[in-house]
Design a binder for this molecule. Sequence first.
Ligand code: NAP
Ligand code: GLV
Length: 315
Amino acid sequence: MAFLFILPTWPVEVWTSAMRKVAPRLDVRSWPDQMGDVADIDYAAAWLPPANVLKGLPNLKVIFSLGAGVDAILKDPTLPPGIPIVRVNEPDLTGRMTEYIVLHVLMHHRQQRRLDENQRRKVWDSFPTHAASDLAVGIMGLGVMGQDSAERLRDLGFKVAGWSRTRKHIPGVHCYAGQAEFDSFLRRTDILVSLLPATPETDGIINRETIGKLSRKGPFGAPIVINAGRGRQQVAEDVLAALDSGALHAATLDVFAVEPLPPDSPLWTHPKVTITPHCAADSDPEVICAYVARQIERHQSGKPLDNLVDMARGY
Ligand code: NAP
Ligand code: GLV
């Protein structure tokens, strides 16, 4: 029984040594140079795996995504059918995302970019501020990540709502569900946060029409977008046009349709855009390897795997 890492964009040695540390008896291998006999490989863990690699493992029993999202695995047209895919659901990863969402909501709410610019220009301008309770934050995606962010923002005093496919019940958070309630959710939202997975239904969801439905009654007179879900969710031209016309006040973007974001993208230099390099929630090698090792133990002892991807839903 062997375990394979497929990590074309991550430092694979860091991951193999973390896995050997947490699971010393596991035969840990790595693509492409240390695969050994592929017939030995029962388990594979991947981040952005190239197409055709997973299909070349004839005895594969479980695929692990090393992040919460699984879109990069599901997009492989040669993905072998019927093999369960486990995604990450770990308090460490969730906590990092919540820090990011809270940080960026607060950054916009407290107008930190304006203060930074004033400091740069040595301007003492103590402009009036508003209360957290003046701002309505709306989170698209009330899964593991979205729920945690919603609860923390609620505790800070923001008016928090969330939107998901199926109805959620979170004390102090107004929960909208399904397409039929999307417009009502947007209409009350001053800061729109995306923590949605990438699926055909969520592709392009942050577009001109969506932005046009957001609230303009908030303290900034125009809404703000924070996308830490997946880059395919934002139509970059629509976001830029909305920022330029004043239909959007500002945007924080952690994810992009093409990553790394190409140097010639106008998003890099737009004064109302804050860019981060898909780092909202980083997977910590030791924590994630311990999680994967626990799942392998469960599988070996015939117990059900946790956090299985529903292939029909696509997340
Ligand atoms: P999750 O637990 O699977 O939650 C996904 C949420 O999205 C669920 O509430 C789901 O609704 C909702 N949803 C899916 N499709 C929808 C649709 N068409 N309409 C309305 N709601 C929809 O996932 P998670 O662990 O919270 O992670 C969410 C995403 O965050 C990941 O897929 C990944 O793309 C992203 N992420 C990004 C980073 C980063 O560093 N930027 C890090 C980690 C994760 P139901 O509850 O009704 O199913
Ligand atoms: C990161 O993007 C993840 O999906 O965990």
